[in-house]
Design a protein around this ligand. Sequence first.
Ligand code: SF4
Length: 489
Amino acid sequence: MNGGMAILRAGIYEEWRAVRPSFACRDSADPPPERWLQQVWRHQRLRRDQLMTLDGRTVRVLHPGFWNREAGPDFRQAVLQLGDGPAVTGDVELDVTVSGWRGHHHATNPAYARVILHVVWDAGPRELAPPVLALQPHLDAPLAELVPWLETAAGSILSPGMLGKCCAPLRHIADEVVADILNQAAKERLRRKASEFAARARHAGWEQTLWEGLLAALGYKHNAWPMRRLAELCVAPAGESVLEWEARLLGLAGLLPSQPPIHLLAAQRVKRLWEAWWRDRERWVDQILPATVWRLSGLRPANHPQRRLALAARWLAEGTLPKRLADWLTTEPVGNQGPASLLLEQLQPAPDPSDFWAQHWTFRSAASPAPLPFLGPARASDLAVNVVLPWLWARASAGGNASALTRVEERFFVWPSGQDNALLRHARARLFAGPTRRLPRTAAAQQGLLQIIRDFCEPAGPLCSECRFPKLVEALPGAESKIPASPDT
Ligand code: SF4
């Protein structure tokens, strides 16, 4: 394992995953369970540019909606465009078969009155129901390839924490062994992300896949889907200027201010953007995103999609980012400059004090006395771990480039930890009873923890039902003898 001396035999975490309680092996003729369909829809593991309802209308998913764990439709507030119609907001219901609509009495239940799309596994006899989309013909990878992913994605959102059953055995495991478990789990997560990029790249190409990943990551958790949609629509650099890209992205996003901002420079910038957008708008008019796809409340100004799209516009106008990221992998850091600061250099547009965005966080904010960077180290690090390194790994793997794979892993396993968040804190509380355990300060340790949550905690739920992780930890060499017998055995 890169990033430190390995204590555990390589591949042990992979073996642990293999013995998790798994859904029974399926006859390929059986439809998959509904919870799998939910995950396919939630993560859009689909060839999104080819979706079509059973009655022949194209389906554009501008936002898949928010997963509803309560009674009612499976996804709320999805935003879809069917055929040549306008974007509409409504609910999406998933059933294994078309007949589920009638069989589950959705037609007569007012809670389902806002359903705009019925998503099913495969085509069946038409019913008097909302438009139907069959998922099976549109998966982005064969079902056999998706099953391992589905088995871990099919979990639930964690309930408020309590000490996990693995907390006691983990307490007796040396720090270095815990670090090794986390690194092996992190490698699994890297592979999973890479497989998602590879599946998309088979249909869209590597560069397009990278743009989609970057823009989605710039959208954070609330605006990832509309940002991804913009990338799907239009990111093929073709010599346009920064102004043209910024106008196109903001125009397509529906985020160009309709009223002139109060600050003079902002008003001038918006006027120029509108002039450029009017020249370009005609060819995009059917694709403009409705305002309802964006979640803007509570965002820090630095994270506003307008600012993030301005950054994307600079990347696209410059046009060489995919190549520069590939070169970054083979560039040796010199002096005090590590790979993280080298990457930030690649991602940060060239400073231009006269740039509107170098002086203002948003169209509404006053000019800043100091230049404002588009990206900070934390966001660049997030892009590295979630997009750049998995994308490079996927490309190297697809091309059989062993030395590039090694380089990606070398960087991945020593990458400094990113920002802490509620999910990581919750996981540390359950597995390690809080912050006292000395975990490596690496992004890989964070990624490993997230993977354990996904592989073991989410399927097991808050009561750790049938979770095998504690027994697997107990069985580690040297651990068993140190674990006191539990009082109830
Ligand atoms: S579900 Fe398993 S891995 Fe998660 S806290 Fe419980 S015992 Fe630990």
